[in-house]
Design a protein around this ligand. Structure first.
Ligand code: 6U4
Ligand code: NA
Ligand code: NA
Length: 159
């Protein structure tokens, strides 16, 4: 099997207002796109610990509870290492969002997300998040990181 590298992707949600916090990524992989908060899981931590750490580093929010909602696998043309991205929702947190070196946070209506400024796969799996369904997706990207050549996506009972 292909080598995988572990990543997290965290979306703070405010259910009462119907809002989700995204960040405009200011550097590195996915620069100039809106996305959740996250990054590489470090060797010394669990995936959930990595998710909470990245959320705090990139947004200053401290998660009080997290629920995994999805699992995404990204394969890029000419890259032998797949990205295994664990997606979490945070409904309870402490603190106030603040800009970091990596992200400029902004709240969006959950029914009006800026998909044109997000990764191409996001508009495909967000409907599962909105329906409260857990999901697994696999996306094969062309080298330009914009075109999805092939995909598999569906709801799952558990992750
Ligand atoms: P450095 O710069 O080393 O601190 P780090 O924060 O560890 O980086 P980063 O930001 O490069 O990692 O991690 C990539 C982030 O982008 C993860 O949250 C996963 C997310 N991501 C990657 N491909 C994606 C895609 N196709 N769709 C998506 N999120 C993606 O929604
Ligand atoms: Na990151
Ligand atoms: Na980071």
């Amino acid at each position: 099997a292909m080598a995988h590298r572990l990543y997290t992707l965290v979306f703070p949600m405010n259910k009462q207002d119907g809002k989700v916090l995204l960040g405009m990524k200011k550097r590195g992989f996915g620069r100039d796109k809106f996305n959740g908060f996250g990054g590489k899981v470090e060797a010394k931590e669990t995936i959930a610990e990595g998710a909470a750490r990245e959320l705090a580093e990139e947004s200053e929010l401290v998660a009080k509870s997290m629920k995994q909602c999805g699992l995404l696998l990204f394969y890029f043309e000419n890259d032998p290492v797949a990205m295994e991205v664990h997606v979490f929702l945070v409904h309870e947190y402490e603190g106030t969002e603040a800009e970091s070196d990596e992200m400029r946070p902004q709240w969006f209506d959950i029914h009006d997300l800026p998909f044109k400024l997000m990764w191409a796969d996001d508009s495909l799996w967000w409907p599962y998040v909105l329906k409260g369904q857990k999901f697994v997706g696999q996306f094969w990207f062309k080298a330009n990181q914009a075109t999805i050549a092939r995909q598999k996506l569906g709801a799952v009972e558990s992750l």
